[in-house]
Design a protein. Structure first.
Length: 201
């Protein structure tokens, strides 16, 4: 079992999911939601648990389907790495602006799975990364990495109120923007990897 690979992949997936960028907006929506009488009993733990379960299921599904999906579609690994890298660079730049979509959520319970769990947390970038990684790693390593990533996201979201108090909203957003740089760097790495494998001559 390649423990180092599991940890590296988990860190990459965590950076792409980037819960830090979501936290300030998600907490603001939650505070607004609990002001309504119908949501008085809606706890932060309940919200985090539902989001975490959805994330775990999505990550495991794409860990298993990655390689078979590539083979079925007949897509070369080089093409996927280059296309996935471009998408991740775009995602990294886009993440810098935060998740303004959450400002338009009216009923939090209905939005837990969509759009919060997916596509805001587990979006096209995460799915592309898992499919791309399935070229180099077996499904077991990807599943273990996905479960470790889910646990890290769970801890981050669960400690969200404390993180906001300690770091402040600005500090939390800054942490999210730092992970956006990691996303973009991973994207560039994939593009270079894909180009290096192309037989141009």
């Amino acid at each position: 079992m390649n423990l180092e690979a599991i940890i590296v992949i988990a860190v990459k997936l965590f950076a792409i999911i980037d819960p830090f960028s979501v936290l300030p907006f998600l907490l603001a929506v939650y505070k607004e939601a609990v002001k309504e009488d119908s949501n008085k009993n809606l706890s932060w733990n309940f919200i985090v648990n539902k989001i975490t379960i959805a994330i775990a299921i999505l990550l495991v599904i794409f860990s298993l389907l990655g390689r078979p999906l590539l083979d079925f579609l007949g897509i070369s690994t080089q093409a996927l790495e280059i296309a996935g890298g471009i998408l991740l660079i775009y995602l990294g730049v886009d993440t810098m602006g935060g998740f303004q979509q959450l400002r338009f959520i009216r009923k939090l319970e209905e939005a837990i799975i969509t759009p919060i769990a997916t596509p805001l947390l587990v979006g096209p970038g995460t799915m592309t990364a898992l499919i791309t990684l399935s070229v180099s790693y077996n499904p077991l390593i990807l599943i273990l990495s996905s479960l470790l990533t889910t646990f890290l996201v769970y801890l981050t979201l669960l400690s969200g109120p404390l993180l906001i108090k300690v770091l402040g909203e600005t500090g939390t957003v800054a942490a999210g923007r730092f992970t956006a740089i990691i996303i973009a760097a991973f994207g560039i790495q994939l593009i270079l990897q894909g180009i290096s494998q192309l037989k141009l001559v």
